[in-house]
Design a protein around this ligand. Structure first.
Ligand code: ADP
Length: 498
C-alpha cells in the first residue's frame, strides 16, 4: 500500500489551501503551483514548496498537465490532487499522471471518461434502475425522430450538449415550431464550445430543485453515501447557496436517493469522492442528472454534518486504504449552510466585478468556517472564476444555521468589490427559503435589484460610519502627515503584491 509523502495541488485559491491544510495535518508535504497572477497568493505562501507554471491565462499555467507532471518528478512528489475545475475532470491527464508512476487523487480515468459525457453516463447507469429524466438516451442523429420523441414527452423540452458543463450547453424549446431551429443552433454551439456536437433531449422540468448526493468509495469496492446537499439557489444554472441536509428530503427519500447514487457510482466502478446530481420535480420525484467525478465546491456542508474530512478520505482512498466506516455508522448531526461569495454585482445581472479587496475582514465565531484564498489588498484576477470565498455556518438546527449566517454576512467586511453577500442575505431570509418551499427559479421569481437597494444592510451602515470616521481623521490637519505616511505604506504594500 502506497504511503503518500508529498502532494502537489494542481489548483489555486481556496481549494488549493483547503487541500494543503488537510495534507499538513496528515504529515504530508505540500507543493503549490501558481501562475504569474498568483505569485503572492496565500496558497503559494502556505505550501512547503511552490513552482511558477507560467503566465496568468489558465491555458499557459494551471492547465499545463505535462509541465505539472514534470514538476512532480523534479520535486519527488508522489501524488497529485487536482481540486475542482482545471484538470480535475480530464481523463487524459489522470491517465498520464498514473503512467508517470504518480498517484492521481481521484477516480480512475475510465470513470472520469464515462461520467464526463452526459450520454455515456445515462447509458452506463441504464442497467441499475436509476430514474432518468424522460428523453433520449442516444445522441440525436435524425431531427425528425427527435421531434417525434419531443412530442411524446411534451413541451417545453431541453436540448443538452452531451459534453456540456458549468451550466452551459442547454437550450429550452418552448414549442414544436421552434424545435428545428433550436436543434441546429444547439448542435453548432456544442461543437464550437465543447468540440463535440452530440446533443440529446430531456423533458424540461419546470421549477425543479437541484439535490445532490455525496458518495465515497474505496478501491476495494466499498461505497457509502454521505447524504444530500440542496443546491437549488442558482443564477445562470450555477449554484450560489447550498445546504445540508435539505429541508424537503425525508429519511425514506434520502435512503432512496443515496442508494440510487451508490448505484450510479458502481456503474462506473467508482472510487474516491464523487457527487451524483439529481433534479427533483414538484412532487419530489428525483431523476439522475450527472455525476461529478471530483471534490465539489460545496463539499464543506457535508463535512460539517457528517464530521468527515472529505479530502482526508480522498487521500486515504488514493493510498489504497479501505473505508474506515460503514453506511450504518454515518449519521447527520445538525445543519450547515454555505453561501458563495463571488466578485459579482447582483444589482447588475450578477456580472463579474473585478477589482481590489480594499478592506477584507472575515466573520468569526463558533460554527463559522470561511474557505478563501485572498487577503486584504489583493486584486481578484480577471483570468479565473471570480469566487472570493465560501462562507459556511453550522448549527444544531436549520433556523439557527440561518441566523448564524445572517450574523456572519453582516460581520463580513468587503470593500472595493461588489459581492453576492447581500443577495445571499436577502435569499436566506426570504420566506420561500425559510419555509423550504423554493426551487431553481428563486432568483427569477423573487429577486430584483430593487430589493437590495431598498434596505441598506447593517454591515453597510457600519461601513459608512467607519468610512465617515476615517475621512474625518484623514482631514484633520495634525493628522495629515500620518495619513500621508500611511498611504505611502499602503502603496508600497500594493506594489509588492503586483
Ligand atoms: P452542468 O453539467 O452544466 O452543470 P446539469 O445537467 O448538472 O448541467 O444541469 C445544471 C442545472 O441546469 C441544474 O441544476 C438545473 O438547474 C438545470 N437543469 C438541468 N436539466 C434540467 C431539466 N431537464 N429540466 C430543468 N432544468 C434542468
Amino acid at each position: 500500500m502506497a504511503k503518500i509523502k508529498k502532494i502537489l495541488v494542481a489548483n489555486r485559491g481556496e481549494i488549493s489551501l483547503r487541500i494543503m491544510r488537510t495534507a499538513k495535518e496528515m504529515g504530508i508535504a505540500t507543493v503549490a503551483v501558481y501562475s504569474e497572477a498568483d505569485r503572492l497568493s496565500p496558497h503559494v505562501l502556505f505550501a512547503d514548496e511552490a513552482v511558477c507554471l507560467g503566465p496568468p491565462a489558465s491555458s499557459k499555467s494551471y492547465l499545463l498537465g505535462d509541465k505539472i507532471i514534470k514538476v512532480c518528478k523534479e520535486l519527488a512528489v508522489d501524488a497529485i490532487h487536482p481540486g475542482y475545475g482545471f484538470l480535475s475532470e480530464n481523463a487524459d491527464f489522470a491517465r498520464k499522471v498514473t503512467q508517470a508512476g504518480l498517484i492521481f487523487i481521484g477516480p480512475s480515468p475510465e470513470a472520469i471518461e464515462v461520467m464526463g459525457s452526459k450520454l455515456a453516463a445515462k447509458q452506463a447507469v441504464a442497467k441499475y434502475d436509476i430514474p432518468l429524466v424522460p428523453g433520449t438516451e442516444q445522441a440525436i442523429s435524425d431531427i425528425g425522430v427527435a421531434k417525434k420523441r419531443a412530442d411524446e414527452i411534451g413541451y417545453p423540452i431541453l436540448i443538452k450538449a452531451s459534453a456540456g458543463g458549468g451550466g452551459k450547453g442547454m437550450r429550452i424549446v418552448e414549442n414544436e415550431e421552434e424545435f428545428e431551429e433550436q436543434m441546429h443552433r444547439a448542435v453548432s454551439e456544442a461543437q464550437s464550445s465543447f468540440g463535440d456536437s452530440a446533443v440529446f433531449i430531456e423533458k424540461y422540468i419546470s421549477s425543479p430543485r437541484h439535490i445532490e448526493i455525496q458518495v465515497l468509495g474505496d478501491q476495494q469496492g466499498n461505497m457509502v453515501y454521505l447524504f444530500e446537499r440542496e443546491c437549488s439557489i442558482q443564477r445562470r444554472h450555477q449554484k450560489l447557496i447550498e445546504e445540508a441536509p435539505s429541508a424537503v428530503v425525508s429519511p425514506a427519500m434520502r435512503k432512496a436517493m443515496g442508494e440510487a447514487a451508490v448505484g450510479v457510482a458502481k456503474a462506473c466502478d467508482y472510487y474516491g469522492a464523487g457527487t451524483v446530481e439529481f433534479i427533483v420535480d414538484g412532487d419530489l420525484n428525483f431523476f439522475f442528472l450527472e455525476m461529478n467525478t471530483r471534490l465539489q465546491v460545496e463539499h464543506p456542508v457535508t463535512e460539517m454534518i457528517t464530521g468527515k474530512d472529505l479530502v482526508r478520505e480522498q487521500i486515504l482512498i488514493a493510498e489504497g486504504k479501505s473505508l474506515s466506516f460503514s453506511q450504518e455508522e454515518l449519521k447527520i448531526h445538525g445543519h450547515a449552510l454555505e453561501v458563495r461569495v463571488y466578485a459579482e454585482d447582483p444589482k447588475n445581472n450578477f456580472l463579474p466585478d473585478i477589482g481590489r479587496l480594499e478592506t477584507y475582514r472575515r466573520p468569526q465565531g463558533a460554527g463559522i468556517r470561511v474557505d478563501d484564498g485572498f487577503e486584504e489588498g489583493m486584486d481578484i484576477p480577471i483570468y479565473y472564476d471570480p469566487m472570493i470565498a465560501k462562507l459556511i455556518t453550522y448549527a444544531e438546527t436549520r433556523d439557527a444555521a440561518i441566523e448564524k449566517m445572517v450574523r456572519a454576512i453582516d460581520d463580513y467586511k468587503i470593500v472595493g468589490i461588489q459581492t453576492t453577500l447581500d443577495f445571499c442575505k436577502f435569499a436566506i431570509q426570504h420566506e420561500a427559503f425559510v419555509s423550504g418551499a423554493f426551487d431553481t427559479k428563486f432568483v427569477e421569481n423573487y429577486f430584483t435589484p430593487a430589493v437590495l437597494a431598498q434596505h441598506i444592510t447593517e454591515a453597510e451602515m457600519e461601513l459608512l460610519s467607519a468610512l465617515a470616521g476615517e475621512f474625518f481623521v484623514k482631514n484633520k490637519p495634525s493628522e495629515s502627515l500620518k495619513s500621508e505616511q500611511r498611504s505611502a505604506q499602503e502603496s508600497a504594500w500594493r506594489t509588492r503584491l503586483r
